[in-house]
Structure formats: structure tokens, C-alpha cells
Design a protein around this ligand. Structure first.
Ligand code: DAT
Length: 184
């Protein structure tokens, strides 16, 4: 059946998640480089395929067309699985995805001052910056991950420095080698 299809996969799928600015995209692209997993930047995919369902005037943001995004991603996941290719996806939310897609949920965490500086550098206005810094302090994405996935596959790691990033990438590489050994 489709629900146990993940047991047939030759390579694992990883989701890198966390508050905007914690380093999801740079970390996921390094993981892809070091492991041969295919990187999917979900935010970029949404923009490229215009997975929008209107516009929120108050927040001045697009409203996500979840069905369109999930259909698109389901096809990509299926094709990759058929070709024996694993995926490392990155996105600032995780509850919308089917649980069966992922074998590891890597939640990146960043200290307040560091995240504040990164979001300032990114050009976020005060409101958007403080909303995101607060969400990081309240560990919104970590709680979301813990509610949406098996606790055993949710890993929280620090992403404050370049050394942290390198260690997170190495950790994924080792984790993936174990996954392959245990699933072949
Ligand atoms: P995200 O995808 O989570 O929004 P990003 O990958 O675009 O974040 O990174 C945001 C900025 O922060 C970018 O300039 C790279 C820098 N950065 C990310 N992780 C870092 C880390 N662990 N140490 C130092 N800088 C980092």
C-alpha cells in the first residue's frame, strides 16, 4: 500500500526545519552536497510554482495553496523513491507534510541575539523580526515537530556558528549511513 511505501525506499528523506534565519537552506544544501540527497527548498518551490491561494492583506503575504504544494511534492517524492534517490527538504513549518515522507526531522535552533542579527541583515522589518525571534524563543517549530512526528525521529540541534553547521551536516551524514545499513 502507499502508506508502507517508505519501507521500500533505498535512501532516507530528511526534513530540515526551524524558524526563518536559523540556517535551514545553507544546512540542507551542504547535507545534499555531502550525502548525494536531492535538496528541495520548499519555499523556493512554492514561489516557482505559485502555490498561492490568494493574498492576506493584513499580513501582506501570499496564502499557501497546501493542496497544490503537496501534490507537487508527492510526485517528486515518488519519482525520487523510484530512482533510489533520497531527499533533504527545508521549510519553516513541518505539520503540513505526511508523516510517511520523512525519516529524520532536524530542528535547527539559534540563540536570540544571533537570530536577531541574521534577520536584521536579511532586511526584515521590526515587526517581522520580533515575531520570528519570539517564535524561536517559544520554540514553536520544535513543538510543532514533536506533535507531528514520532519523537524518535525529531532531533533538535544548535545552529549558532559555522562549527555547529559543520557538525550538523556531519551528524546527518553518519545518521544516513546507519539508516542505509539498517534498511538494506
Ligand atoms: P533559513 O533557511 O533557516 O531561513 P538560511 O540558510 O537562509 O536560513 O541562513 C540565514 C543566514 O544565516 C545566512 O546568511 C547564513 C547564516 N547562517 C545560517 N546558519 C548559520 C550558522 N550555523 N552559523 C553562522 N551563520 C549561519
Amino acid at each position: 500500500s502507499e502508506d508502507d511505501h517508505h519501507t521500500d525506499r533505498k535512501r532516507p528523506n530528511i526534513l530540515v526545519t526551524g524558524t526563518p534565519g536559523v540556517g535551514k537552506t545553507v544546512t540542507a544544501s551542504l547535507i545534499a552536497e555531502k550525502t548525494g540527497l536531492k535538496h528541495i527548498n520548499v519555499g523556493e518551490l512554492i514561489a516557482k510554482h505559485k502555490c498561492y491561494d490568494g493574498h492576506d492583506a493584513e499580513l501582506d503575504t501570499h496564502i499557501l495553496d497546501e493542496d497544490k504544494l503537496l501534490d507537487l511534492m508527492e510526485t517528486m517524492f515518488q519519482e525520487c523513491a523510484d530512482e533510489g534517490v533520497g531527499i533533504v527538504a527545508d521549510y519553516h513549518s513541518c505539520e503540513l507534510f505526511p508523516e510517511r515522507w520523512f525519516d529524520l526531522i532536524l530542528v535547527l535552533r539559534t540563540k536570540t541575539e544571533e537570530l536577531f542579527d541574521r534577520l536584521t541583515e536579511r532586511g526584515y522589518n521590526e515587526k517581522k523580526r520580533s515575531e520570528n525571534v519570539e517564535a524561536e524563543i517559544m520554540q514553536v517549530v520544535l513543538e510543532e515537530a514533536r506533535e507531528s512526528y514520532d519523537l524518535e525521529i525529531v532531533q533538535e540541534v544548535q545552529s549558532n556558528t559555522v562549527e555547529d553547521m559543520e557538525s550538523n551536516v556531519e551528524r546527518c551524514k553518519v545518521w544516513m549511513e546507519h539508516w542505509i545499513a539498517n534498511n538494506s
